[in-house]
Write a protein that binds this ligand. Structure first.
Ligand code: ATR
Length: 278
């Protein structure tokens, strides 16, 4: 039997992960099978137990199960523990389940390798303080940035994240605030990790946050530019990107963890982009 992998989510029908991992496997001559599993919203655990009992060796986990996967895992990577979420599971030799989070490293890879944006000494603004935001903070703090501000509709949640990540003692200025606190500020990179794009909304951001050298990045991806991306273009950002590259890069990190082989992401990303345009 081929090694079995899967992505768990709800909904899951439109997940690109099976396609991405099947391409990675072909490219690196790895013999494996990767499927999509629709788990019941209230019972991720049962689905995951059945999958691993039947010979599954690794899995990705997407919305809304990243917290369930954190609880499900027997052992966690430190970055998954701090992210408070697991997007990658791996079965160990003794049957124990290891949980990791590759979302943040996926974002940093996309920024630096695909978009050619150096994070060194940059001022970074992260919008949102939910699960998606929390998942990318540690890799950003480890990527050489100078400052990180977390802004959120509910500023108390952003302040809580500052406290969680303060323990890393990176020496990087880490602050938080509400939208109004952004008045008269400027950033090299703004990352939208709110779920506002899902409802076609945009946080009420002041003008002037972006410069002609800034990059605006939406963790969401969709065929059409998100409201945040349209706003950033109109505000004169040098570069605007969605989260498709991050999706491919987090998948490559998971693939590497499972197979110890690093797939080439560029051809897969280009292919997905061409499908988006079709
Ligand atoms: P996710 O896992 O996608 O991060 P989440 O944990 O529910 O989802 O977090 C959603 C984030 O988007 C939060 O930061 C939320 O702000 P609050 O903490 O104030 O709720 C933010 N958010 C959702 N809808 C928004 C909107 N319309 N405008 C601004 N922020 C929004």
């Amino acid at each position: 039997m081929l090694d079995q992998y899967a992505v768990f989510g709800n909904p899951i029908a439109h997940s690109q992960s099976p396609q991405i991992h099947t391409w990675f496997a072909k490219q690196t001559h790895q013999r494996l099978q990767y499927t999509a599993i629709l788990a019941p919203e209230d019972d991720f655990e049962a689905s995951a137990r059945i999958f691993f009992a039947k010979g599954g060796v690794g899995a990705n986990v997407t919305v809304p199960f990243k917290l369930d996967a954190l609880v499900f895992a027997d052992k966690l990577s430190p970055r998954a523990r701090r992210a408070g979420a697991v997007n990658t599971l791996q079965k160990g030799k003794n049957g124990e389940i290891y949980g990791d989070n590759t979302d943040g490293v996926g974002l940093v890879s996309d920024l630096t390798n695909n978009l050619g944006f150096s994070l060194m000494d940059k001022k970074v603004l992260l919008l949102g303080a939910g699960g998606a935001a929390r998942g990318v903070i540690e890799p950003l703090l480890n990527a050489g940035i100078a400052q990180l501000k977390i802004a959120n509709r509910t500023p108390e949640k952003a302040q809580q994240l500052v406290q969680v990540f303060h323990v890393l003692e990176t020496g990087i200025t880490l602050t938080s605030g509400n939208w109004a606190s952004l008045e008269d500020e400027q950033y090299d990179l703004i990352i939208n990790a709110t779920s506002s794009s899902l409802s076609g909304d945009l946080p009420p951001l002041p003008d002037g946050l972006l410069t002609q050298k800034s990059l605006a990045y939406d963790l969401m991806y969709s065929k059409q530019p998100t409201p945040f991306m349209l706003w950033a273009k109109q505000q004169g950002a040098a570069q605007v990107a969605d989260g498709l590259g991050m999706l491919v890069e987090q998948a490559a990190e998971a693939f590497f963890l499972w197979r110890q082989v690093r797939p080439e992401t560029q051809p897969v990303l280009q292919h997905l982009k061409s499908l988006e345009k079709a």
